[in-house]
Write a protein of this length. Structure first.
Length: 171
């Protein structure tokens, strides 16, 4: 990766070492969090519209089949192709694991770790600026399956109960 030119305040700086480059990219990808998000102190949220559905074995099998087989794995080093080829063996086991996680409101922390990889955006005229790169997160495979199932449920309920503005479209 070439040296990166970036701004810090009014100064234009050049990142030459890997540490400097990673800090410049991190500032570009993840801007500082706002101190005040604009939510009032004692904001009263609406009551829940419904209780989430339990995850089914069919949902797990369906999401495993939808995985792209040769995508790069996350920190667990389990390739998607392993889940796809062993779906008949893993679906029942994952079902009971996911069910226990929901019942006890647990989140297995190692599943939520990920590896961040920085890729060049194709066709950029210059690669000496942080904006010419993009981050991708390589997630653990078993967490990825669960996360997609939950996202699908959230999308379903958001549409069913009209929780999104009319001009919000689903991709």
């Amino acid at each position: 990766m070439p040296a990166l030119k970036y701004k810090s305040g009014d100064k234009e700086l050049t990142a030459k070492t890997n540490d400097e480059k990673s800090q410049a990219l991190a500032k570009s990808f993840f801007p500082t969090k706002l101190v005040d998000a604009g939510i009032p102190q004692k904001y009263r949220y609406l009551t829940a519209c419904c209780k989430p559905d339990n995850i089914t074995k069919e949902q797990i099998a369906y999401q495993i089949c939808k995985l792209k087989p040769y995508k790069a794995p996350g920190p667990d080093s389990i390739p998607n192709i392993v889940l796809i080829r062993c779906a008949n063996l893993l679906t029942d086991r994952l079902y009971y694991i996911y069910k226990a996680m929901f019942k006890r409101n647990l989140h297995y922390a190692p599943w939520k770790t990920f590896t961040m990889v920085v890729l060049c955006k194709p066709g950029k005229p210059r690669y000496d600026v942080p904006k010419a790169y993009r981050p991708i997160a390589l997630l653990n495979t078993t967490w990825k399956v669960l996360a997609v199932i939950i996202a699908d449920q959230l999308t379903y309920y958001s549409e069913k109960h009209q929780l999104l503005p009319a001009n919000q479209c689903r991709e």
